[in-house]
Design a protein. Structure first.
Length: 279
């Protein structure tokens, strides 16, 4: 996103006010400004853009080589240097023998920008460490399987985190479809595009929403959605090290490495380690 420098400086009270700010305060202000700009863009889009219908999206299935619910790690990517070349899957770097959670961030989750931005936003808003961790991990399931990613993601981390963190990850998927004014959470505009402008969530998602809304950990799951919505800013870079201590306290890293601890989900981590295995 390009920055309107003058508007940013005006919003902070002018050049003199900016000169008196610490480096960190300036970085925070820039981030807030970018998020506000992103928000305004989304509102404008809803007014002006034409979104596909459910039927139109369904008709596209016949034209696809892969299914939309396929995990991100299986996806082919275009070569930016050669945009006309057919998309290819990149060769994945080797993982350490006993991989830890952050090794997956380094070697398998690409930039992980969306996850790190969600977690950073939650941290800056003063959310609990468990919510920050839930935000950092909330879309991990999508690397394995985008369809039902909240459920895959919760299952993937369940043996290693508190029940509350797994709950927040599992139910953020259903809660994303339901606004909550108490948390200033609105239906995401990008869902008009992804699901169709006339999409109605199926009964099992509606039931999951009702269940979560009446649960004692509703807030934790809801906070994942509020920090999720605004966390798609390409201009903000967050260092994963910012979350090492929180993960150290709330993610029980198995000594044998993720994928090799004999847990009921070890195979899911192994698939992330080697998605090129033929069987
Ligand atoms: Fe998600
Ligand atoms: Fe997300």
């Amino acid at each position: 996103m390009s920055i309107d420098r003058e508007a940013l400086i005006r919003s902070l009270g002018g050049e003199a006010a900016v000169a008196g700010m610490s480096h960190e305060a300036r970085a925070d202000a820039l981030e807030e400004f970018q998020i506000a700009a992103l928000d305004a863009t989304a509102a404008a889009r809803r007014e002006t853009e034409k979104f596909p219908t459910v039927a139109e999206l369904e008709a596209q299935i016949d034209t696809r080589a892969t299914r939309r619910g396929m995990g991100k790690i299986f996806r082919a990517a275009r070569n930016k240097a050669d945009p006309d070349a057919p998309p290819r899957v990149p060769r994945l770097p080797k993982m350490p023998e006993k991989p830890a959670l952050f090794d997956f961030f380094e070697f398998r989750f690409g930039s992980g920008a969306h996850l790190k931005q969600s977690a950073a936003l939650a941290k800056r808003k003063g959310c609990s460490e468990e919510v920050v961790l839930a935000c950092l991990l909330h879309d991990l399931g999508g690397f394995l399987m985008k369809a039902d990613h909240g459920y895959y993601g919760a299952q993937l981390i369940e043996p290693y985190v508190s029940e509350k963190v797994a709950f927040a990850v599992r139910y953020h998927q259903a809660l994303r479809f339901y606004p909550d004014a108490d948390y200033a959470y609105e239906y995401p505009v990008r869902y008009f595009e992804a699901f169709g402008v006339d999409y109605v969530p199926p009964p099992h998602i509606e039931a999951a929403y009702e269940f979560a809304r009446n649960h004692r950990w509703y807030e934790e799951a809801r906070l994942v959605t509020t920090n999720d919505l605004y966390a798609f800013n390409p201009g903000v870079r967050i260092d994963i090290d910012e979350f090492r201590e929180i993960a150290g306290r709330h993610f029980r890293q198995p000594a044998e490495g993720l994928g090799f601890d004999g847990s009921p989900v070890a195979h899911m981590w192994r698939t992330l380690i080697n998605p090129d295995a033929p069987l």
